[in-house]
Design a binder for this molecule. Structure first.
Ligand SMILES: Nc1ncnc2c1ncn2[C@@H]1O[C@H](COP(=O)(O)OP(=O)(O)O)[C@@H](O)[C@H]1O
Ligand SMILES: [Mg+2]
Length: 381
């Protein structure tokens, strides 16, 4: 998985002068499951279309195995695409749908080889025994499997998948996520997957590319992206995050709400303003006197595994996940371990995300529930 297969170098795409992809630098390894993740309109499909050869970048180069392929048409690239709309041939059965591309091959291959390759694919996508079924008699998930088999039977080195599970219901999506991962591993090829669903991206990918506004915000493993988000956009888009202003006092010490907290980050200028991410599951609830901060519970939602509670600290509302029930109105203390505090550089996303005020109906009534700013917390430095 370590060998580079595809590279987008300095790729910019503009439509009628409007830049929709801005200076994309992306390296994709052979046999990698890479996901382009971001909100609608961020440029995922355009990036995929550039890789597939359906679009030429306005500026920049596309390389495949080290060879520049900007001018190579789609059918001459070792790349195939599965779309959200399956576009199966409804007048053909499952076998004929999958065989179609093979029958078009030049030079032609034998009927026996076509048959054995179609049957092999049916096995891989778990549709053995379905070869003579009408595609219209299949469920959405089964039709999507046929579409995947039809693309894979041509043995591309890379499969491009543009929100292929978007039309399926949640349960089926989860099943198909596992299936796709298994199929990718069985075929031992590169999958480049597009989704706006962060859970899907984290569940399936070796590498996640987070995009916004035509710009790559971060590239990393699912763990990297979740644990070490680069900026407030990534922190907010991947999972739930409380994002507050902080001041980096020195390596390993950040000031939040006028209090010093230990953290693991360093390398910032002295007193550099930063964004601080605290995940809801990393906050421990303790007795008021024992906490690093004190707040007031303003809202509770039972989530099965845990309660989501909204806690007001000086009018700034945090989401905290806890298995202990703290009633609305309760004063609670909180503790955060150093590895639960993640420091990010300020960016143009600062201040836009990570405040849960709108979650709480009582927001206007509570007003300024204060922290005990005069009290020094025990863990203070
Ligand atoms: N052929 C096109 N002509 C003009 N604008 C386009 C074209 N294709 C995409 N766009 C614009 O480029 C932006 C990115 O689109 P797209 O790559 O489809 O985003 P995503 O797949 O992330 O939702 C959008 O603002 C979209 O309207
Ligand atoms: Mg799209």
């Amino acid at each position: 998985m370590s060998k580079e297969l595809i590279r987008l170098s300095n790729c910019t795409m503009a439509f009628d002068g409007e830049v929709v992809l801005n200076n994309i630098e992306l390296s994709i390894n052979d046999k990698e499951f890479l996901t382009l993740l971001g909100p609608s309109g961020c440029g995922k499909t355009t990036t995929l279309r550039i890789i597939g050869g359906f679009q030429k970048p306005t500026v920049g180069d596309v390389f495949f195995d080290g060879v520049r392929i900007n001018d190579v048409p789609p059918h001459k690239r070792s790349v195939n695409t599965v779309f959200q709309k399956y576009a199966l041939f409804t007048h053909l059965d499952v076998f004929e749908n999958i065989a179609f591309g093979l029958q078009m091959l030049k030079p032609a291959i034998s009927k026996e080889e076509i048959s054995s390759r179609v049957m092999e694919m049916l096995e891989i996508v778990s549709l053995k025994g379905f070869e003579r079924r009408e595609v219209s008699s299949l469920s959405g998930g089964q039709q999507q499997r046929v579409a995947i088999a039809r693309a894979l039977v041509l043995r591309p080195k890379v499969l491009l998948l543009d929100e292929p599970l978007g039309a399926l219901d949640l349960r089926l999506r989860k099943d198909m996520q596992n299936e796709l991962k298994r199929i990718q591993q069985t075929m031992d090829i590169t999958f480049i997957y597009v989704t706006h669903d962060q859970e899907e991206a984290l569940a399936m990918s070796d590498t996640v590319v987070v995009m916004d506004g035509g710009v790559i915000q971060q590239i990393g493993t699912p763990e990297d992206i979740y644990n070490e988000p680069k900026n407030a956009f990534v922190a907010d888009f991947i999972g739930e995050s409380n994002i507050v202003d902080g001041i980096m006092k020195r390596d390993g010490v950040v000031e939040i709400f006028g209090r010093s907290f230990k953290c693991l980050d360093g390398g910032f200028a002295p007193d550099e303003p930063v964004d601080v991410v605290i995940r809801p599951e990393d906050v421990d609830i303790v007795e008021v006197g024992e906490g690093m901060l004190t707040g007031t519970v303003t809202n509770i939602t039972f989530k099965g595994m845990q309660y989501d509670i909204i806690v007001d600290f000086r009018g700034f509302k945090w989401l905290i996940q806890t298995t202990d029930l703290s009633p609305v109105g309760a004063r609670i203390g909180i503790k955060i371990d150093p590895d639960g505090i993640h420091i990010m550089k300020k960016s143009h996303y600062s201040g836009m995300f990570g405040d849960y005020s709108s979650y709480s109906a009582e927001y206007d009534d509570i007003g300024d529930a204060s922290i005990e700013a005069e009290e020094e917390p025990e863990d203070d430095l």
